[in-house]
Design a protein around this ligand. Sequence first.
Ligand SMILES: [Zn+2]
Length: 220
Amino acid sequence: MLDKTSQEVFNGYMLDVENGIKKFKSFALDGNNIALDFVNTVEYRGTKKEIEWIESYLDALCWAERSSILAKEDVIRLFEANNDECQKFYEDIIVCRKTLHDVFSAVIEDGMLNKLGLDLFNKLYKLVHRVLTEGAGGNNYVWLFPDAQTTAVGFLQPVIQASADLLLSSNLSRLKRCSNAECGWLYYDTSKNNSRRWCCMSSCGNRAKASNFYKRHNKK
Ligand SMILES: [Zn+2]
């Protein structure tokens, strides 16, 4: 019997996602920033309804493919390299996501990062940027990632760079949390008059509209 190629297996997995066999039909990319979209892969965070969208290494690769942070061939390469390091990769990106959530939440709630928040962010940033390191011969220097073995670097680098770009942006008052208190999704408001209130009009926005209509209607 012929073995399925990695490409076929991966395509099959993506098809399961498309057909709703996996619980997420599509990853929402409404944050206007890839780092916010990554943080938003937990839905209803901290509530009884909490949903984890990235439950495995494979889910993470699917997200990377969907959000174009990795080229399809890199996703396949990482898929083929499914080994002991993969669980570590998965754990690393989940820890990173929690840190980014805490950092962005601090900015939204307090308007700025305190020393602890800055330290947390800088620790992440260092992970995905090369440092000048002594070469093998001892007389030369090379650029290396601090932890050159981790496959998580390629995945996290664009996400963490997008976070840095966001924090460096001039108008952090546009970094917001969805007005639906249960939802918890974050987004960068690019509306003309900084008036966006919902993660996405077709879900939370319409739910709120329907609820307001119902309340008004019942008062009459
Ligand atoms: Zn929402």
